[in-house]
Design a protein around this ligand. Structure first.
Ligand SMILES: [Zn+2]
Length: 252
């Protein structure tokens, strides 16, 4: 049986909707999902998904196991950010830098990311990092504050990817790899060695072909996995096995 691990999903809906997403994922062989925070709303979604999963997971439960990541993303600049409770949490995130949408808050983004990298190091937790048009500052912070974890929905160049691999990071590929215009992501997806590759949905965004244009959900990670297996010239079984083993290394 193929077991997939969606390493990045956000849950923004209520209990009924979140339960339905988890059930459909499990029916498609998605036995593990990392629920990712970043705002007050997303952090609450993490708690909800984890609570539903712990009621129903296990061989007969019909739900994936949910791993929790909590943090504050770059859109939280200027808000009052309470301390988070990391009891039972597997990662800090998502955190990171986005100069495509908000170049004007560059310094504040770096400060917020740096503070959470230090917190993750203190807690010995991996980090989930978003980086867009911020290659140099991302590398600078990761060199300054030794960290481990995942660069999520990677869309950077092969060169940037190699530098992140040198720092020990795992690289997670989203449904963008299936988009017609995403030759650069396909090129980068071929650079990632077997022992550093992860797959994700970034639910509810970035639904892969053939679901493009709909709300994404963890079940659709199966499409991205099948696409990546063809791209890398391997079987779906082998790709799923290695990506799931890698994700378990990160989330423990
Ligand atoms: Zn995300």
């Amino acid at each position: 049986m193929i077991e997939l691990f969606d390493t990045h999903a956000h849950f923004e809906g209520g209990a009924g909707e979140t339960a339905a997403l988890l059930e459909r994922a499990f029916a498609e062989g998605v036995t593990r999902v990392a629920a990712i925070g970043g705002s007050e709303r997303l952090n609450a979604g993490v708690a909800l998904a984890a609570a539903l999963s712990s009621e129903h997971s296990g061989p007969a439960g019909g739900y994936p196991v949910v791993y929790k990541a909590l943090g504050w993303d770059r859109d939280q600049i200027g808000r009052d950010l309470p301390d988070l409770d990391f009891t039972g949490v597997s990662a800090v995130g998502e955190i990171g830098l986005d100069y495509h949408y908000s170049p004007e808050t560059r310094l504040a983004q770096m400060e917020l990311m740096g503070r959470q990298l230090e917190q993750a190091a203190r807690l010995s937790l991996p980090v989930i990092i978003h980086t867009r048009e911020a290659d140099d500052d991302t590398l600078g912070l990761l060199r300054e504050i030794p960290s481990r974890g995942i660069i999520h929905s990677f869309t950077g160049s092969p060169g940037f990817c190699r530098q992140l691999l040198d720092l020990g990071f795992y690289i997670s590929i989203s449904g963008i790899v299936t988009f017609r215009a995403a030759d650069n992501v396909r090129e980068t997806a071929l650079v990632i060695p077997d022992d550093r590759l992860l797959i994700e949905t970034d639910t509810p965004y970035l639904a892969p072909v053939p679901k493009r244009g709909t709300a994404n959900e963890p079940a659709f990670v199966a499409h991205t996995a099948a696409f990546l297996a063809r791209l890398r010239g391997t079987s779906l079984e082998d790709l799923a096995r290695l990506a799931t083993a890698n994700a378990l290394e990160v989330f423990g």
